[in-house]
Design a protein around this ligand. Structure first.
Ligand code: NAD
Length: 305
């Protein structure tokens, strides 16, 4: 029997535990605050930001939303980030990507106070992750790590293949898998768009994590018997539905499910975990900044101030 992992259920459980942490913070007079900054009129970005704001509200994090006109000079965005860096009510800052072309994306990542960088993309936080003492793990790979833990998948000594080498999913995912400790210790291969014979690599893997952004790239013939398959991909494909499209992953679910011991669906797998881990990082940021020790889910030990 293949175990189809329910990301909504795992996400809800973790959000419940985070709500307990938020109560502990409240007892010390602290309300975690997450500032979202949107410099775009792309409907998808607007939807992502409003989903994040709603999720904050539901667990008791104060959501503070700022909009910058997409045609405004880049400095306006940097001034907004500076103000949020200095605002003591703000513990986490998230600038929704992508920003317009005239804004230097790397400067945006560098401009956020690393102690408030709940996406974990500031070079200091990337460096800490690579060095093995992360402050904020990037949300999607961290969500995958907790999903694996929830399914009792021990990655130690396993062969893991990560398909995709982006800064937000593939690279940090591989970095987490090679770290010493729980959720790590995997022998990890990163595949990408120039990889020769992808199927030969994925077929040999005990754990396949697909993050290529290519619909149903990986089918059952590319999965080894009993492998664990985590599908990060979210792709819109034309379909005869009300919206005219449907969402599919990077894995062809039905054929891969025939081979896998554990698999995540799309939607309802990794997606719900990503926002959950943003809430997690915001709670962690508040706990660290305010010097309150709380027990974060999956952290294994309380956050020491
Ligand atoms: P990206 O486009 O930045 O990176 C894709 C990576 O896949 C690249 O490194 C590329 O080398 C690799 N790749 C592309 N085609 C390939 C192929 N044929 N074979 C092997 N490798 C290939 O994308 P991203 O931001 O890393 O996102 C990847 C996917 O995950 C997208 O579908 C995205 O929508 C989804 N995503 C989902 C969540 C979530 O919460 N579920 C979060 C972030 C991203």
């Amino acid at each position: 029997m293949t175990h189809v992992l329910d990301g909504n259920a795992v996400g809800d459980r973790i959000r419940g535990e985070l709500a307990d942490c938020i109560d502990e913070l409240a007892a010390e007079g602290v309300t975690p605050g997450l500032a979202t900054v949107l410099m775009s009129d792309d409907p998808a970005s607007e939807t992502y930001v409003s989903m994040k704001a709603r999720a904050c509200e539901e667990v008791g994090i104060e959501g503070i939303h700022h909009e910058v006109d997409p045609d405004a000079p880049a400095e306006e965005l940097f001034e907004t980030v500076d103000r949020l860096n200095d605002d003591p009510a703000v513990h986490g800052i998230l600038v929704q990507m992508p920003v317009p072309d005239h804004v230097d994306k790397r400067r945006v990542l560098r401009s956020i106070d690393p102690g408030k960088d709940v996406d974990g993309f500031h070079p200091e936080n990337v460096g800490r992750l690579v060095a093995g003492h992360p402050r904020f793990k990037p949300c999607t790979p961290h969500g995958v790590q907790l999903l694996l833990e929830a399914a009792d998948v021990d990655t130690e000594g396993k062969d893991a293949v990560v398909v995709g080498r982006s800064d937000i999913v593939g690279k940090p995912m591989a970095n987490l898998l090679i770290q010493k400790g729980p959720g790590g210790n995997a022998t990890t291969t990163i595949c990408h768009s120039r990889t020769d014979d992808l199927g030969a690599k994925t077929r040999e893997a005990d754990v396949v994590i697909a993050a290529a952004g290519y619909p149903e790239l990986i089918d059952g013939s590319m999965i080894g018997e009993g492998a664990v398959v985590i599908d990060v991909g979210v792709n819109r494909v034309e379909a005869d539905t009300e919206k005219g499209y449907e969402l599919v992953g990077d894995v062809e679910f039905e054929s891969a499910k025939e081979k896998a011991s554990v698999i995540t669906p799309v939607p309802g797998g990794v997606g719900p975990m990503t926002i959950t881990m943003l809430l997690y990082n915001t709670v962690k940021a508040a706990a660290l900044r305010e010097g309150v020790a709380v027990s974060l889910p999956g952290e294994g030990r309380p956050v020491e101030p």
